[in-house]
Write a protein that binds this ligand. Sequence first.
Ligand code: ADP
Ligand code: MG
Length: 710
Amino acid sequence: MVQGRQRVQVTPPSPKISDFFGTNVFGVDQMKHSLAPSVFKKVMEAIDKGTKIDPSTAEEVASAVKTWALSKGVTHYTHWFQPLTGSTAEKHDSFFDAHAGLEKFKGSALVQQEPDASSFPNGGIRSTFEARGYTAWDPSSPIFVFEKTLCIPTIFVSYTGEALDYKTPLLKSMEAINDAALPICQLFDRNVRKVNASLGVEQEYFVIDKALFAARPDLVMAGRSVFGHNPARGQQLEDHYFGSIPTRVKNFMMEFEIEALKLGIPVSTRHNEVAPGQFEVAPVFEEINKATDHNQLLMDVMDKVAEKHDLKVLFHEKPFAGVNGSGKHNNWSLITDTGVNLFQPSNSARENLQFLTFLVATVKSVYDNADLLRASIASAGNDFRLGANEAPPAIISVFLGATLTEVLDELEKNGNIKIEKGDNMYMKLGISKIPEIILDNTDRNRTSPFAFTGNKFEFRAVGSHANVAGPMTALNVIVAETLKQLAKDIEKEMNGGKEKKIAIVNVLRKYIKDSKKIRFEGDGYSEEWEKEAAKRGLSNLKATPEALDVYERKDIQALFERHKVMNPLEVTARHEIMLEDFIKKVQIESRVMGDLALNHIIPTAISYQNKLIENANGLKGLGLDHSAAIETIKDVSRHIEAVKSGVTAMIEARKKLNKEEDIIKRAKGYQKEVKEAFFDKIRYSVDKLELLVDDELWPLIKYREMLFIR
Ligand code: ADP
Ligand code: MG
């Protein structure tokens, strides 16, 4: 354990958060202060309606931003974007113009840039002769200062207009959901003009000491420990679950929260998680694009601040085997410009019908597109959570809770009731009865990948490292698709002479029936559920390469295209990038495993084996019983042999697969012939050796040393 670390003292700039919240953001308030009213109006229009910003407006904004940034001691600016690498990218330019001898920031530099795009993944979209891409300012996400650099949130697209990032499809999916949800809302309230998706991200993470991190090549290279015997369970409970947050970690939390708050990220809760060394941070929900940018930025902030505290923060989904993994719970809802959360049940029967309409549509969309949702969260890291019998399973299902289950069951059954003119339909169908508050904490199911939690859906299967734009784009699109269909189905009923409310109820009843199989209230971790789900015909796609197959489907490509979110070329390009990413990650893990085993584990085990042999010979020479020593030698030898032969065969498998030209086959090969065939097997023997070999000799830092920070 690392002893005597200096604790970093953290003092907030002010006891009142409101004194420093958003001070590093050039947000609406700053713009209002520093821009002429006519310019400010144009920027607000661009934010609200997505209209283009003209060059003279851009010039004015750039000038105001520059003044603001210089006053904060900022020297450089960058377009800040989210390429498909999974992290954020920046290229810093100085404000200083050597020719002019002063600081400059042109409107054109604010609005558009051409980063050297050739080094970002593009999945074959950019051919070599047209390797350029450009970034373009997204005024709906505020400009901010981070690490003395002015950061301008941008989209990243190819010269032919295809998206090369996560943000572009997300922004388009926000339009899609608005387009589809608005007509439905207007069935209930004609005053609604816009529907926004909102998102609150609960972020789980591990924290370990920086020096211990650096001493584990697997954590450094792969973000995950490929070997390591898990600590005793009692230890976990004692040290963490019931414990308070260790002071070092608490100081770290305080500091990154302060930095986040200055950046306008509304972090609000923090606590210990189940596993030792695991914690969670959650901001208050925001409009989905902002929440996504804020989550990406928050991860960067945490990473940078951890460094100062001699800590390392791990966002990998499963850094330690046998210990709980980390997710990123995506709390998603739809909110109108009139301030109504469409997933908030109320005491008004009319609003409750609207609530049920959106609820049922969402459930139906998950049923219709479970495979797409599954693909949207697929990654090499997340496979360690989803596929294993640990939360949540790779089977997509929806949890609604007892109250709503009852309501939907009623509606489905009682729908046959003949409703005469003047009848109180809401009474007859039991819709008036939905309690306004069903935010009941006892009615929670932690094992569900997609749960209704009182006034929002919580997509809990998203990985802790993921850019949430991917899953949120998928969710927006599938719900938009169902809502479009819903509008058509309601219209059909009404054309058949049905009164509006009756028409809506009839369609809802059908959707409830059609999508019933996706609803599951039981224990998602149990083996029974796997069997039951198979009987219901639900998919259980445990590994990323097979989960990603969905992007090859013509209907899925058409779905994205229909909603103007991605064209088929963009979908297949993304598929390729994700496969490539998967292959690389498994490749790296496999190499790290091989290197550690051959260069560290086996030599150590052999020298320990020699010691044992000496010892056995000594006992024998004295005429003493040495049968126990012989047994241990045999054990050690067996595991050394297993590790050696496993690694050799794994290297052969990799060599063979690297010749495979077809990327889908290569990825599936890496899954089956490398990962499934060898990872667990090799690990099993290494972890056995960890228990057998003298602690003094063991070359790797152990779990129990890493996981309990003081
Ligand atoms: P719990 O998961 O225990 O319900 P919270 O109620 O604090 O915890 O919510 C968790 C996250 O969900 C927070 O980020 C919160 O801001 C967010 N959230 C709450 N209401 C909504 C909503 N209507 N839309 C999106 N996110 C929401
Ligand atoms: Mg939650």
